[in-house]
Design a protein around this ligand. Structure first.
Ligand code: SF4
Length: 354
């Protein structure tokens, strides 16, 4: 007979809203699957710096950095960050502009701002220590259900579920789930499965294992089912549907936006504009122009922004007089240390390399 959590067969963890509303899917021989996957992880886990620590601060930093950024890119940033900000207190005591500077190169600066705000909240509301209660972790700025589960399980070994892109793919295939994984119904099914699978003991290893399986074996295009330790439990493998899963909702078509900016350089200095809006607050960029001037742009490049495709055109312009309050001259030789938006840094480098 199928079993779910022989340690706690009817477990429903309600304090964080993780389990109460979700029907548990049935997995064949769940404990065997848990043990097999955890044992595989013991032999195959990559040696990553954040796997050598149980410090919730360091784990949170790695999790935030790994959102939207590849492992290989994150490693040097993670090490540099921990050397500069070893704990919540040191991060909380730093000006946001310095925090953004160190984040440079990772992009998606809202992650750095939220990490900074989280550090200030942990210092003021929790005495500088990450709370152990997953509900309190999740209440911190910018921390969603996945990140709360990751910190609770990796740092405190609490039996909290997590679903990221890798886990979603593995679970969708294990369950032969045909609902789009980015739909409400698909997400509900995935989280129910994650809740049903996470063991009472050893959640740290198990959650790491299922993520690692998605990263190394159950990969998006060509899953290596023949090397998979849990293929006997996999419904997609049994049905020959592994390569066609998971499904996603059809993508919205991208709309095009035009952005016009000024290139104003004088005696080794460049005129830049600091952003105050939500999108890039605190970062510097080329000054915006209200419309395209009647001239050939020095450069046009394209970058994605949510579901838009932005066409950035840069025009040589004289310095305005007087300077707008958000405008300032910066030495071109010192731009490396300035928190610039990624597309504008790329535009500046491309124009300068010509
Ligand atoms: S058998 Fe294949 S599809 Fe199923 S979990 Fe393993 S790698 Fe993924």
């Amino acid at each position: 007979m199928p079993k779910i959590h022989p340690q706690s067969p009817t477990r429903e963890r309600t304090p964080h809203g993780t389990a109460a509303a979700c029907p548990s899917p049935r997995f064949p021989a769940t404990t065997r699957l848990q043990r097999t996957l955890s044992a595989w992880f013991g032999k195959n886990a990559r040696d990553l710096p954040w796997r050598r620590t149980r410090d919730p601060y360091a784990i949170l930093v790695s999790e935030i950095m790994l959102q939207q950024t590849q492992v290989a890119t994150v490693i040097p940033f993670y090490k540099r960050w921990l050397a500069r900000f070893p704990d919540f207190a040191s991060l909380a005591a730093t000006e946001e502009s310095d925090v953004l500077s160190l984040w440079q190169g990772l992009g998606y600066y809202s992650r750095a701002r939220n990490l900074h705000r989280t550090a200030m909240t942990v210092v003021t509301a929790h005495g500088g220590e990450m709370p152990r209660d997953p509900a309190l972790i999740r209440a911190l700025p910018g921390i969603g259900r996945y990140t709360a589960g990751a910190v609770a399980s990796f740092a405190f070994d609490l039996p909290e579920p997590l679903v990221d892109a890798n886990v979603a793919r593995v679970l969708a295939r294990l369950l032969n789930l045909h609902e789009p994984i980015d739909s409400t119904a698909g997400q509900r099914a995935l989280w129910a499965a994650a809740i049903a699978l996470v063991p009472e003991n050893g959640a740290r290893i198990f959650n790491g294992a299922i993520m690692e399986l998605g990263a190394l074996i159950c990969t998006p295009r060509t899953p290596r089912c023949n090397a998979c330790p849990i293929r006997k439990s996999c419904t997609a493998f049994a049905n020959g549907t592994a390569e066609s899963l998971p499904h996603k909702k059809p993508r919205r078509s991208r709309t095009e936006l035009a952005e016009h900016c000024a290139w104003t350089v004088h005696h080794g200095r460049i005129l830049l504009e600091q952003q105050t809006g939500k999108r890039w607050r605190g970062l510097w960029k080329l000054p915006a122009l209200p419309s395209a001037p009647p001239a050939v742009p020095l450069l046009t490049l394209e970058y994605p922004f949510t579901h838009h495709r932005v066409m950035l055109s840069v025009f040589a312009q004289p310095a305005p007089s007087p300077l707008h309050e958000n405008l300032a001259w910066h030495a071109i030789s010192a731009l490396t240390d300035l928190p610039l938006t990624a597309p504008h840094r790329r535009a500046i480098e491309q124009i300068r390399s010509r």
